[in-house]
Design a protein around this ligand. Structure first.
Ligand code: KIV
Length: 282
């Protein structure tokens, strides 16, 4: 397996036009499959709230949720670059909160960097976290934690005014010291402009070509059932596979087809000895 990538690899990849592939993962098995498949990075997104915890949005997710899922992912993918996602209210209140919570991802969960949502308005947080020696990925466009203000999970930057604001956000994130930027659900023309304008790597989720692509594992694997964004390419239908497997198991149990002799442990001593022992209990 290739060595774990570091920030220099990601900077070089942008320079060489080499695409970065990343997905979200939230637990040990998913992380180990992602590592075996050769993903460059894994995001332990606060989307875990929707994909694995069953919330309607990401805002109920806590620092403790994020840290414990990051720890599991780190154990599953020890040689992959892991991004911890800062949950709602872990960085919005103050620079000091932002730094200490970002530090917990690195110290307690072993992530390589953190991601937070927002542009100009959280530039001081990015600066403070970066000054603490922690690598930051910015996230602009459709930012789920502020989806209420955006009027829902809606594409951004589709008119000139909004696109101008996004470009200003992108520049502010770079200026504040982020080492990379994630752009979500933005027209490809706007993303391409941002990716060209910025020196740092610009990654896309639902925002067309850039320096790399991210998808949410629950979407691309067909695990998340509530809705599928337009930008998702489904590579599997795991929900169907799991449901069918459970159905078959139910039938096997009800009809006695499971367990057969292949699935039991046989005794290691003569059966007569067991029969004699059973009699002691009669
Ligand atoms: O939490 C997450 O998975 C994210 C993506 C939507 C980019 O932040």
């Amino acid at each position: 397996m290739a060595n774990k990538k570091n920030i220099n690899d990601f900077i070089r990849m942008k320079k060489d036009g080499e695409q970065v592939s990343w997905v979200t993962a939230y637990d040990f098995p998913m992380a180990s499959f992602a590592e075996q498949a050769g993903l460059d990075m894994i995001l332990v997104g606060d989307s875990l709230g929707m994909v694995v915890l069953g919330y309607e949005g990401t805002n109920p997710v806590t620092m403790e949720d994020c840290l414990s899922h990051c720890q599991a992912v780190r154990r599953g993918a020890p040689k992959t670059w892991i991004v911890g996602d800062m949950p709602f209210m872990s960085y919005q209140v103050s620079d000091a909160d932002a730094v200490s919570n970002a530090g917990r991802f690195i110290k307690e969960a072993g992530t390589d960097c953190i991601k937070l949502e927002g542009g100009e308005r959280i530039a001081s947080r990015i600066k403070a976290i970066t000054n603490a020696g922690i690598l930051v990925i910015g996230h602009i466009g459709l930012t789920p934690q502020s989806s209420g203000q955006l009027g829902g999970f809606k594409a951004q930057g589709r008119d000139v005014k909004n696109a101008r604001a996004l470009i200003k956000d992108a520049l502010a994130v770079q200026e504040a010291g982020a080492y990379a930027l994630l752009v979500e659900a933005v027209p490809p023309e706007v993303t391409a402009f941002i990716a060209k304008k910025l020196d740092i790597p610009v990654y896309s989720i639902g925002a067309g070509p850039a320096d790399g692509q991210l998808l949410i594992c629950g979407d691309m694997l067909g695990l998340f059932q509530a809705f599928t964004p337009k930008f998702v390419k489904k590579y599997a239908n795991v929900a169907e596979i799991e449901t069918n497997a459970f159905k078959e198991y139910v039938q096997d149990v009800k009809t006695g087809r499971f367990p057969t002799d292949d699935y039991v442990y046989h005794v290691l001593e003569p059966m007569e000895d067991f029969e004699a022992m059973f009699k002691e209990f009669k």
